[in-house]
Write a protein of this length. Structure first.
Length: 187
């Protein structure tokens, strides 16, 4: 039963960890400060990531006596996860091109990562929905199939990692008051 939620929880944990990565306790380079326009841009991104993450606050409920209900709960969670990723992608597009050198390439990489992850979540959800689950063995089989699909993700750390690979955006993420407020880090 412990392995039952591994694919779903591992993915949601990766998404939440990537969201928490929006901020850090100190700027990446203490001798410099982020450009105000870059700060405004990352504030928009962190706000959209936080909104998407809020959909993941309720993990799927397991009911060992009702494997079908457990499968349905996992399908609903995967649906919320896909929706949260869609919100993050929309927020990233709405933020526009980051006002830093090579900002567009960082956004393109993050968007591609989000798209790949969303597609894998959709495939996992579809397979889980179609799985005939009438006992624990069939539930474990459906979960093993979900694990295999989710294991194909190339970068489960999320889009923030891609954005923070840009030094200017990394500095802005580290200094963003919105990210600090949303994720509860102190300066």
């Amino acid at each position: 039963m412990n392995r039952m939620h591994s694919a779903v929880l591992a993915t949601s944990a990766a998404v939440l960890i990537s969201c928490a990565a929006c901020s850090s306790a100190a700027p990446a380079d203490t001798g410099r400060h982020a450009d105000p326009a870059a700060l405004a841009w990352v504030d928009k991104v962190c706000t959209s990531v936080a909104a998407g993450s809020a959909k993941l606050s309720q993990p799927p409920a397991a009911d060992s006596a009702a494997p079908g209900k457990t499968r349905d709960a996992m399908v609903a969670f995967l649906d919320r996860l896909g929706s949260a990723l869609g919100d993050m992608a929309s927020g990233l597009r709405a933020a526009g091109v980051p006002p830093v050198p090579d900002g567009q390439s960082a956004v393109d990489k993050a968007a591609a990562n989000l798209s790949e992850t969303t597609n894998k979540i959709a495939a996992t959800k579809s397979a889980m929905e179609q799985a005939k689950v009438d006992d624990q063995a069939s539930l474990h089989q459906a979960i093993a199939a979900a694990d295999a699909t989710m294991g194909q993700l190339t970068d489960p750390e999320g889009p923030i990692k891609d954005l923070k690979a840009n030094p200017e955006l990394n500095l802005a993420f580290a200094e963003s008051p919105t990210c600090k407020r949303v994720y509860g880090t102190s300066s």
